[in-house]
Ligand binder design. Sequence first.
Ligand code: ADP
Length: 176
Amino acid sequence: MTSTQIEAVEGDITTQRVDAIVNAANSLLLGGGGVDGAIHAAAGPALLEECRALRAGRWHDGLPVGQAVATGAGDLPARWVIHTVGPNRHRGQTDPALLASCFSASLAVAQEVGARSVAFPAVSAGVYGWDAGQVATIAVETVRSWTTQESHGIQLVRFVLFGRPVFEAFQQELAD
Ligand code: ADP
């Protein structure tokens, strides 16, 4: 089993030179605001085409909260975008297991496609209303436990955080 480096950086996930970047998508998979909008804007129309194809097929009714699916990455430096749907606090989705599932399901998909490095944003810490500290706790705990329990080839997990406070929340969690 590969030992995994887990780190946090402050920055823009769209510019990361990693194998896969995770998108905090919504269930419809057709783009939106926040990091989803930034990823679609940077990836270009090829990503939207692939997302439309997913909606035309297996994910006709949308991707459920806590699940993950991979597409290509269009014009991005990454090879894959892994779309996951975080729980939306404003819709009463407050179960930490749903958020943990976003991270573990994304890692399982990364492993499936053969990614060796993966970047995550702070899923649900934006429009979906979760506290950044809580997201950091769940994200770090889930990634640590998945990477030590599962058999995989993922060498690097990088949290890419937008803004100082979110970055510091992850840094603090990683230091514990
Ligand atoms: P959600 O709907 O899951 O809450 P958002 O995109 O609204 O998703 O926010 C999730 C996190 O992603 C927030 O901390 C937001 O500041 C951050 N974010 C927005 N744009 C980017 C980007 N380009 N790179 C990394 N993180 C980003």
